[in-house]
Design a protein around this ligand. Structure first.
Ligand code: NAD
Ligand code: UDP
Length: 321
């Protein structure tokens, strides 16, 4: 297959590039490098089957040559990133999705939308099944992301129904792993980087809110399974093991063996109190389920962050024990 990946220089997109290249596909990565990085593509760029196009998908999307599939991942994704870029986030979900769908339509290609658990908002149904319509504040700060993804799902569904495009929607739950930016602001990268650099771990609120964390390799296997299928979705992709943010802080302090203090900060507005995917649909339709548990995945992620910088141990950090 020749696959176009929008947002392919980002955290998830770059792993998807690598996985598809390693099984023999050709990959065209289209990215404006707003939150992604070329260094994520170091391996991919060594492959003759890889091409990088620096472009903003909200302005249009044209890729020369054949296209068998389009995976649309371009969008700011971490809360600090999308709160800093409210209009770009709405544009990525709306105009960006429209351009990516048009490219798939022109080529009779499979289209994959990277949607999010955020479409469930602050969920009143737990765990979240795909049938649940969600509970989103349309004028709250997070709405720029949540509503843009909900619109993207509607646009994708309409292209399938009205225009016959072969579309699939996945709703991705909190995913972590190597290549997250240290300053990306999401909880796993924040806690690991704070611990390794000897800064206080910042728990927002009382730390009793929950998330269910999926390791990136598992997630990417789910994306590939959905690309290869003709299923419309939506399909939840996530790891159903649920942890409080406080539990995550304890695990990361123990695993890094660095005794940095925990500081409590104000809970951001509309921060969902709990989140956990029901993944029976993914198991049934894609034969997919995650296999990496949180301790193992955090171990890989901590090792990766350590390998990126000699700074933490040189920064006068207290090492426990
Ligand atoms: P990321 O910020 O690392 O990657 C997003 C990529 O999109 C970046 O490389 C960025 O430069 C690019 N991009 C943004 N706007 C663009 C534009 N207008 N034109 C071209 N490129 C653009 O984030 P990520 O975690 O890899 O997320 C990838 C996708 O998966 C996003 O659509 C996100 O909403 C979705 N998702 C991720 C998670 C997660 O836990 N990582 C959860 C739910 C959904
Ligand atoms: N969080 C936290 N400290 C941080 C960053 C995040 O306590 O330094 C909390 C945040 O308030 C939320 C959870 O961790 O309850 C997950 O946040 P993240 O930004 O990773 O993802 P999302 O809120 O989109 O699920």
């Amino acid at each position: 297959m020749r696959v176009v990946i929008t947002g392919g220089a980002g955290f998830l997109g770059s792993h998807l590039c690598d996985t598809l290249l390693s099984r023999g596909d050709s990959v065209v990565c289209v990215d404006d490098l707003s939150t992604g990085r070329l260094e994520n593509l170091e391996d991919a760029r060594n492959s003759p089957a890889f091409r990088f196009i620096e472009a903003d998908v909200t302005l249009g999307l044209d890729v020369p040559g054949p296209v068998d599939a389009v995976a649309h991942l371009a969008s700011p994704a971490s809360p600090p990133d999308y709160l800093r870029r409210p209009l770009q986030t709405l544009a990525a979900g709306s105009r960006g999705t429209e351009h990516a769908l048009a490219l798939a339509r022109r080529h009779h290609a499979r289209f994959l939308l990277a949607s999010t658990s955020e479409v469930y908002g602050s969920p009143q149904v737990h765990p979240q099944t795909e049938e649940y319509w969600g509970h989103v504040n349309p004028v709250g700060p997070r709405s720029v992301y949540d509503e843009s993804k909900r619109f993207a799902e509607a646009l994708t569904t309409a292209h399938r129904g009205a225009l016959g495009v072969d579309t699939g929607i996945v709703r991705i739950f909190n995913t972590y792993g190597p290549r997250m930016r240290a300053d990306d602001g999401r909880v796993v990268s924040n806690f690991i980087w704070q611990a390794l650099s000897g800064n206080p771990i910042t728990v927002y609120g009382d730390g009793e809110q929950t998330r269910s964390f999926c390791y990136v390799d598992d997630l990417v296997h789910g994306l590939v399974a959905m690309l290869d299928s003709d299923h419309a979705g939506p399909v939840n992709l996530g790891n159903p093991a649920e942890f409080t943010v406080g539990q995550l802080a304890v695990m990361i302090r123990e695993m890094t063996a660095i005794s940095t203090p925990v500081h409590y900060r104000e809970l951001p507005q509309d921060d969902p109190p709990r989140r956990r995917p029901a993944i029976e649909r993914a198991a049934r339709t894609l034969g997919w389920r995650p296999v990496v548990d949180l301790a193992e995945g955090l171990g890989h992620t901590i090792d990766w962050f350590r390998s990126r910088s000699g700074a933490p141990r040189e920064a006068g950090v207290t090492v426990a024990g």
